[in-house]
Design a protein around this ligand. Structure first.
Ligand SMILES: N[C@@H](CCC(=O)N[C@@H](CS)C(=O)NCC(=O)O)C(=O)O
Length: 231
């Protein structure tokens, strides 16, 4: 077995794949990607313009959803997908809600911060790449409000999003919530202060969402396995 992950350390998409690999106790090498300056080389080597990219036993997997499926199919224990088809469908729907809606919308807040700080040329690069505008950023709350409220209601009453044990839905939603609440505290996720301040939305401070934040922190404490650290 030979596994190498090209990652952007603070990105929840990379974090999600690290978490799945580590849950299954799979040894892997890590290679850091640097936005903008590393993009031409990434495209040349992998055909991709985003990370994570997983090299897995000779295959190149350029998307975190495909990567976690590859891992689950070949390394099913401990299972992170339920056997029951209904539960499995809910896990997949939650994962897609988190990776394709929650994180991309909440990321607009991150890009807005990069813009406001005038961190060029990164700011304009991200704005163009991820379709940022002040107007789109301003509608994040409207788009995500219902999903965040429903997630909060679910985890206020139950330890896990689906069933009675950890699934990829928990891993993925917990990882993607870094875009809403910022990262978990430094004892769980090592991150330099300047980078830490770049993540999280004002709506993440809404007291109504506090149970969701507590759940995220609790899932990290109980299931991440060890403190997340850079390469
Ligand atoms: N659908 C992709 C999305 C990955 C993605 O958006 N990656 C971002 C991290 S937030 C990235 O590579 N950003 C760096 C860049 O654009 O240069 C996946 O699930 O892997």
């Amino acid at each position: 077995m030979d596994l190498e992950l090209i990652e952007l350390y603070p990105s929840p998409f990379s974090e999600r794949v690290r978490w799945v690999l580590e849950s299954k106790r799979l040894p892997y090498r890590r290679r850091a990607y640097q936005p903008l300056v590393g993009e031409a080389e990434l495209r040349e080597q992998t055909g991709q313009t985003t990370v994570p990219v997983l090299f897995a036993d000779g295959e190149l997997i350029g998307d975190s959803n495909a990567a976690v499926d590859w891992i689950e199919a070949r390394h099913p224990a401990p299972a992170l997908l339920p056997a029951d088809p209904n539960q499995r469908l809910i896990v997949r729907a939650l994962e897609l809600a988190a990776t394709e809606a929650l994180a991309p919308w909440a990321r607009l807040g991150f890009i807005g911060r990069v813009q406001a700080l005038g961190l060029q040329p990164l700011a304009d690069h991200f704005a163009a790449k991820y379709d940022w505008s002040l107007e789109r950023e301003a509608s994040t709350g409207k788009v995500l409000g219902g999903l965040l409220a429903d997630l909060t209601q679910r985890v206020a009453a139950r330890a896990y999003l689906v069933g009675d044990s950890l699934t990829r839905a928990d891993v993925t939603v917990a990882a993607m919530l870094a875009t809403v609440f910022g990262h978990p505290s430094d004892d769980l996720f090592s991150l330099e202060a300047p980078m830490r301040t770049m993540f999280g939305l004002p709506l993440g401070d809404d007291p109504a969402l506090a149970p969701l934040r507590r759940w995220r922190d609790d899932i990290y404490s109980r299931h991440r396995g060890s403190r997340v650290v850079p390469t």
